[in-house]
Design a protein around this ligand. Sequence first.
Ligand SMILES: Cc1cc2nc3c(=O)[nH]c(=O)nc-3n(C[C@H](O)[C@H](O)[C@H](O)COP(=O)(O)O)c2cc1C
Length: 534
Amino acid sequence: MLRYTAFAGSAVLAFASLIGLGASWWFLLPLLLFGFLTALGAYDVMQSSHSILRNYPVIGHMRFLFEGIRPEIRQYLIESDQDEEPFSRDKRSIIYQRAKGVEDKRPFGTRERVYDSGFEWLTHSVVPKIITDHDFRVRIGGNECAKPYDASIYNISAMSFGALSANAILALNRGAKKGGFAHDTGEGGISRYHREGGGDLIYEIGSGYFGCRTAEGRFDVAKFRDQASDPQVKLIELKLSQGAKPGHGGMLPASKISPEIAEARGVPMGQDCVSPAAHPEFRTPLEMMEFIGTLRENGDGKPVGFKLCIGHRREFMCMIRAMLETDIVPDFIVVDGKEGGTGAAPLEFANHMGMPLVEGLTFAHNALRGAGLRDRLKLGASGKLVTSFDIAKALALGADWANSARGFMFSIGCIQAQACHTNCCPVGVATQDPLRQRALDVTEKSERVYRFHNNTMKALAEMTGAAGLDHPGKFLPHHLLMRESDRDMVTGQEVYPYLPEGFLLREEPDEFGYLMRWQRSRAASFEPVDGTYV
Ligand SMILES: Cc1cc2nc3c(=O)[nH]c(=O)nc-3n(C[C@H](O)[C@H](O)[C@H](O)COP(=O)(O)O)c2cc1C
C-alpha cells in the first residue's frame, strides 16, 4: 500500500496542521499545502481517465511532470527509450492519441532514419483514391462452414482472463462490441466478463482445454459444444503456440486462481493450473487435423482454425500434407511473430525462440500456395501490428487480417511498466489485485478501445487510398520498399515474393528451400523422415 503513502501522509499532516493552528497561525502554511495535496489525492482516486493516478494518488503526478518537460530532454529520452523498450515512445504515443481521440498528426516531418538499412516505406500513387468507409472486413469460413464470420481486418489478439484483470477484459470486450470487431479470449477460457461485455469472441483452446476439459485435464467434447454454441462465439481457435514463448507451456499458480478464474477455466481452486507445452489430444499431423475435424463437427457450424508461431518449417509442411490427406482444411490460420508479447516467459524464449512475423507469415502464405490450399482459408497475423503501416505491410506480405494484443493493452492505459508477471500492474491492466484493477475505469477505457480501433482503421483507409487502392487487402509485396544499404533498396516482391500456386504439388524447385522441406515432410508424423529437424 506504499503507493498511497503520499496521499495518506498529506491527510495526516493536514489534520495535524489543523490542530496546530490552535497553537500558532504559522500552521496555516502547512495546512494549505497538505490540505491541497489531500484534496488532490482525493480527486486522483475518484477521477476515471488516469489509471496511474487512481493507483498512485499525488505521487503519480511526477510521471506527468516528467512527461511534461520531455521536449527539453527529448533527445536523451528517445534514444535510450528506443533501444530498450518493446514499443518505442513514438509508437505508444500514436496509440494513446488515437485511443483518446486527440490529434494524431505529426509536425515537422518524420523521425524515422530513412537512410538506415531496414527503413521501409509504401509506394503512393499520383491518382490516390478517397475511401469513405473504413469498416474493412474479411469473410472467415470456408465451404464446410455453416456460419462464416465477416471479421474486421483488425481484432484484439488472445490475452487470457487471469493474465489480464476483469476490468481490462470488460473494457476490451465492450470496446470490441461497440466497434464490431472480435476479441480473442486467450487460452484462459470464456469468463463472465467476456459474456458481460457482449462483444464477438474468438474462443481459444490451448493445451489446458480451459472451459472444455475433464477433471484430468483432457478435452471434453460436451463442454466444448456448450461453449461453442454461445452466439457470442464467432470463431474457434486452437492454440499451438504464441511467439513470445513457443513450445513453452504455462502455469498459473494456485495463489493467483480466484473463484472467477476457476469458473472460466473449469479448474478447481487451490491447485496450480497448468497448460502443458504440447497438446495431449494429438501427437501427429493427421491426429491434429482430426481434432480440428472434431472441433468443427461440434463447433455449432462456426469457423475453426489454429494459431502458431512458426518453428521447424518442415512441421508446418507436415500439417499441410495432413490437410491434403484428410481434406480437413481449417478455415483460418493465425501466424504469431516471435516479437509477440506474453504475460510472462523465460528470457531465452522471449528473445530467441520462434520465427519473427515477416518470415513466419511469408513462409506460411507460400507453403499454402505451394500446396494449392491458400484460397481455402484465411490467414491472420500478429506481432507488433499497432499502426496502419504495420497492418498494411502484413496484408502486403500475405495476411488477410491483423490482430494486436499490446496495441489494445496500451489503449486501456498500459504504460509498458513490464510488471505483468508481478500482479502489481500500476494501471490495473495485468493484475488480479481488486484494488489495483479498480484504477481501470471500464466505461472510459472501453471508449478508448473503440476509438483506437476506429482511428487506426481511418489511418489505414488514408494510406490505402494514397496508394491508389480501394481496399487494404489489395496491398501486395511490390507496394513495399525496403532500404538495404544507403545506396540500395529492394521491393517486397524481390524479397518476399508470392510463389506460384501449386509449385510444391508439381515438385518445382525454388530458391527458398520450400521444396526441400516439403519432400522431407509427411502427414503421419512430425518426426522428420531422415531424422534431421529443420
Ligand atoms: C498479456 C498477454 C497475454 C497473452 N496471452 C495469450 C494467450 O492466452 N494465448 C495466445 O495465443 N496468445 C497470447 N498472447 C499473445 C498475443 O495474443 C499476441 O499473439 C502477441 O502478443 C502478438 O501481438 P502484439 O505484438 O500485438 O502484442 C498474450 C500476449 C500478452 C501481451
